[in-house]
Each structure stands twice: as C-alpha cells, then as structure tokens.
Design a protein around this ligand. Structure first.
Ligand SMILES: Cc1cc2nc3c(=O)[nH]c(=O)nc-3n(C[C@H](O)[C@H](O)[C@H](O)COP(=O)(O)OP(=O)(O)OC[C@H]3O[C@@H](n4cnc5c(N)ncnc54)[C@H](O)[C@@H]3O)c2cc1C
Ligand code: FES
Length: 297
C-alpha cells in the first residue's frame, strides 16, 4: 500500500495532516504492550517530542472516534529523512484491542502531529518520570536532549543540552516494562521501580524521584507522564523543592484538534482566577504549577 494524500485538518491546527497510512511494523514489547510503525513522512517530519497523533481504523464506524497516542519516536529513511512514526500502546479497551490484531500491510487512519509538545530540553539536569505506559513520550525527548536526533520542521534548536538525563520508570511488575532496550541504547541513566519488587526498586517511582531530588534539586527540570495520582505526587514533590515540573496529561479526547471541548482541564490564571484549557491544543504538556491538582486530605 502507498501513503494516501494528506488532508489538512480544519480549525486550530492547520499544520496537522489527516491520512490513511500503511502499517510497516508491529511487535509486542511487553505484557499487553505493542509498538506499531506507521509510514507517514509528512507527519513525522513535523512532529516534536511530547506531541501526539489520533489513530482510528479506517472505513469503520465502531469505534467512531480516534484515540490519542504519544509520539514514541520517528524513524528515518535511507537518506536520513523522517519516514514515519512509532507508537507504543497498552491494550486497555476497544480501540487498543483492535489495534493489537493489526498486521503489517494493514492501514491506519491518523491525524497529527497534535498538541504543544515538551519545551526543548533545558540546560542542567533533566529527570523524566514515567508511570506505566506513561514512558511513551520520553524516548524522543531523551534522544533530543542527548543530541542524537533533531525534531520539527524546521528542526527546533536545543540551545543548551542537559548535562545529565535520567529516566525514572515505574510499573506494576517487570512484565510491563516496555522499550527498556530503546532507552538503554541512548546511554541515559535508567532507574526502574516495580510495585511488587520484581525488578529494580521495590516501591513507587516517586521514591526514585525523591532520591534524585534529595541528591540535588539545583538546576533540575522534571518532565512527568503517568497515572494522575502519580503525576500529582510528582508535582507536589517538585513544588516543595522549587523544581520546575511539566506534566503530560492523558485526558480522554474525542477530536484531538480543538473543536469538541471534551478534553478540558482547569488551569490557574496569573490574576489568581481560573479557566479551562483544551488538553489537545493548549496541552497535553502543562507546567505543573499552572494546573489545579488534588491536594492530600
Ligand atoms: C495525549 C495523550 C497521549 C497518549 N499516549 C498514549 C500512548 O502513547 N500509549 C498508550 O497506550 N496510551 C496513550 N494514551 C491513552 C490512550 O489514548 C487510551 O489508552 C486509549 O484511548 C484507550 O482506547 P480504547 O478504545 O482501547 O479504550 P476504551 O474502550 O475507550 O476505554 C477502556 C477503558 O480505559 C479508560 N480510558 C480510556 N482512555 C483513558 C485515558 N486517557 N485515561 C484514563 N483512562 C482511560 C476508559 O475509561 C475505560 O475504562 C494517551 C492519551 C493522551 C490524551
Ligand atoms: S479533544 Fe476535542 S477539543 Fe480537545
């Protein structure tokens, strides 16, 4: 199958494209977790780490709506140009269940790249905190932070590369660890936590972050993605130590490009009032201190 012509989306994201594209690789990485490779050069060449795409099965009305998935990484053609994207997903329901049965040569409907993406990697120390399938936005940002790949059209500049990049990655048990080889191959510092102690630290990933911040919180930036209670705990820990923290929200979405308002989250405004922001357009990455987060009782 060849890549169908890309259509421009209406509304808020004129640079995003909608396309039916070939599935060129599909493999299982961990329990219930798969990586699918989609050939989509136009989307891949524009995408930056932390952005996402919406995916659905073409020519099918159930499920009707697409589902959001983070850019895991781009892959390159023989000339070193972006040829497509990888998405890593955990099977949780209807759409991801269907996706797990996709074969190489099938096609997928995608639109993107969507959302704001992470800020370009900062100077100093960058700590990536992932809970469960929340590791997916971090491969590309780690690669960019380490100067191993550029993203965006034109490529976005990384003015000061971080001196140190650490991934703290927590899952229920070792069977759910996905993409460890990909992260290890980059040469960053990878720390694992499992709830049941089957690999790495026995306990929560927040324990690892606390150790990292106790070692030094000076000049540290935290990027975090995972279940909400974990992100809230990370945000509080960073706020207490005055550490800059960005959260990647995984709010369910219907359109992904700003027209349905199904994805709003409450944000603080500079004048101490609040308003809603669409996670698909103004997010999914937010500065933690801009969000209304649950406080412990
Ligand atoms: C910006 C963004 C990036 C994402 N990136 C990834 C990714 O890289 N890999 C990945 O596996 N998943 C990712 N997700 C989550 C993914 O979109 C959902 O897992 C997916 O929509 C589930 O679709 P489904 O049809 O299989 O499940 P459904 O049949 O729609 O739902 C099954 C169950 O999951 C719950 N559910 C569905 N979506 C969410 C959600 N977002 N948060 C909490 N519970 C939910 C439902 O309430 C229901 O109980 C991301 C979400 C967002 C917003
Ligand atoms: S998902 Fe439709 S506006 Fe965000």
């Amino acid at each position: 199958m060849t890549v169908a012509p890309a259509l421009t989306l209406p509304g808020c994201v004129p640079s995003a494209k909608q396309q039916i594209v070939p599935i060129v690789q599909h493999e299982q990485l961990a329990q219930g977790t798969f990586r699918v490779r989609l050939e989509c050069p136009e989307i891949a060449s524009q995408a930056v780490p932390g952005q996402f795409v919406m995916i659905r099965e073409p020519h099918r009305s159930d499920p009707m709506l697409g589902r959001p998935f983070a850019l895991y990484d781009t892959y390159l053609d023989a000339n070193g140009q972006p040829a497509g994207i990888d998405v890593v997903y955990l099977v949780v329901g209807k759409m991801t269940g269907l996706m797990s049965r996709w074969q190489v040569g099938d096609s997928a409907e995608i639109w993107g790249p969507l959302g704001n993406g992470f800020p370009a990697p900062p100077a100093g120390r960058l700590v990536l905190v992932a809970g469960g399938i929340g590791q997916t936005p971090f491969l590309a940002i780690a690669r960019e932070a380490l100067g191993q790949r550029k993203y965006g059209l034109p490529n976005r500049p990384v003015l000061n590369q971080p001196e140190n990049v650490t991934l703290c990655y927590g899952v229920r048990s070792r069977e759910y660890l996905a993409g460890l080889d990909d992260f290890s191959a980059l040469g960053l510092n990878v720390r694992i936590a499992t709830d049941n102690g089957s690999q790495g630290h026995h306990g929560y990933v927040t324990d690892l972050l606390r150790e990292e911040l106790n070692r030094s919180s000076h000049d540290t930036t935290v990027y975090c993605c995972g279940p909400e209670p974990m992100m809230h705990a990370v945000a509080r820990m960073c706020e207490e130590r005055n550490v800059c923290c960005f959260l990647s929200l995984e709010t369910p979405m219907a359109c992904g490009f700003g027209v349905c308002f199904s994805c709003v989250t409450k944000v603080r405004l500079p004048d101490a009032t609040w308003d809603y922001r669409r996670v698909c357009v103004e997010g999914p990455i937010f500065r933690a201190t801009d969000l209304f987060l649950e406080r412990p009782a």
